[in-house]
Design a binder for this molecule. Sequence first.
Ligand SMILES: [Zn+2]
Length: 85
Amino acid sequence: MGKYKLERVEVEISAIREDALPRILVRLKLYGDLEKGNAKCYICDKKLTLGTIGAIAKINGKYVLICSNLSCIVEANILANRSRT
Ligand SMILES: [Zn+2]
């Protein structure tokens, strides 16, 4: 998996270390979907697995998963910023 420069991405979206991911997903109640194969990128609807999650975004108060596609991460960041106001 590629490494992306995420320094400038807002706090709602954090680059996640893969080993910490399951724990975070359990806490955000997103792990069940992933386990059932129902997890999808919020932006492009691509099916996600543990290895293809690029970010977690908080949009309209709800945590959503974003794939590792940089354009999806950028788009999610815009949505997250917009939903904050
Ligand atoms: Zn995507």
